[in-house]
Design a protein. Structure first.
Length: 279
């Protein structure tokens, strides 16, 4: 898949553009992408980075990083993707200006989005406006009960199996293996400490079975992810090892740093394929 960061990097030609953030590329997103693929023109995605809510100062925990989002779009069959830098200048564009600055120069003929999609300053733009501007704007029916917000809520509460049904695949946790406190030697099987970007969502405290991409050659791919319990360390802990809990405005606490203070979060992958053969 060809990925561009500037409109000028893509050749103007007849396009069917799927428009949206597409965090997680869940089943609802896939319906929009499939509609773009079926439209007959070059199937193109116009997406945004950073997430619009994050750019406007609201907290949002992403289901997948941008790199993974692009991989999922490619796997869905999308030919080209434009990643639009969402900044305050873009947020102030009227819907009409956005259409003329981004969509028209691409050669866009068909625009597809969820039926509740809004864009432009004050979320004033919708597909009906794009229709009035001369585009073939096609609302795609929502998949009942499927949204990135709903999936985040499920993952945050540890209901990963229910989240998987909405995603169409298991939830993912992306990160980099880093040096830890060498506690794994006492467990009887290999472990790895995973550094997770503060903008990414992590599941609720608990122990989960899954598969580790990129580690299969050495560890047979199966792993147990222990979040917030034995063998887990979050940078930003107190000296006595207690976690610094972030309170919501209502005074409740989920016990997981949301990255508001710039913490890099470390979690433990317990790589124990023999113990997980039945998973």
């Amino acid at each position: 898949m060809n990925v561009a960061r500037q409109v000028a990097e893509l050749e103007p030609k007849p396009r069917a553009v799927a428009l949206g953030t597409f965090d997680g590329v869940h089943l609802g997103h896939r319906r929009v992408l499939d509609a773009a693929l079926a439209a007959g023109s070059t199937a193109t995605v116009v997406t945004f980075d950073p997430h619009p809510r994050a750019a406007l100062g609201y907290g949002v925990e992403l289901l997948v990083p941008l790199e993974r989002r692009l991989e999922l779009l490619s796997e869905a069959g999308i030919e080209e993707t434009l990643v639009v830098d969402f900044d305050l200048e873009l947020a102030q564009l009227s819907p009409e200006a956005f259409a003329e600055r981004v969509l028209r120069p691409l050669g866009t003929e068909v625009v597809l989005a969820g039926s509740n999609f809004r864009f432009g300053r004050g979320r004033a733009g919708d597909l009906a406006l794009l229709e009035r501007l001369g585009f073939d704007a096609r609302p795609v029916p929502l998949v009942d009960g499927v949204s990135s917000t709903r999936i985040r809520d499920l993952v945050r509460s540890g209901e990963v199996e229910r989240a998987a049904k909405l995603l169409g695949r298991p939830p993912e946790l992306a990160g980099t293996v880093v040096a830890g406190d060498a506690r794994g030697g006492t467990l009887g099987f290999p472990t790895a400490n995973l550094s997770v970007d503060p903008e990414l969502l992590v599941p609720a405290h608990g122990i989960y079975a899954g598969f580790a991409g990129g580690l299969a050659a050495d560890f047979g791919a199966a792993f147990a992810l222990d979040v917030g319990r034995v063998g887990v360390r979050e940078r930003g802990e107190d000296e006595d090892g207690d976690e610094d809990e972030d309170e919501d405005e209502d005074g409740s606490s989920d016990g997981i740093s949301d990255g508001a203070h710039g913490f890099v979060r470390d979690y433990c992958l317990a790589l124990a394929p023999a113990a997980l053969r039945g998973c």
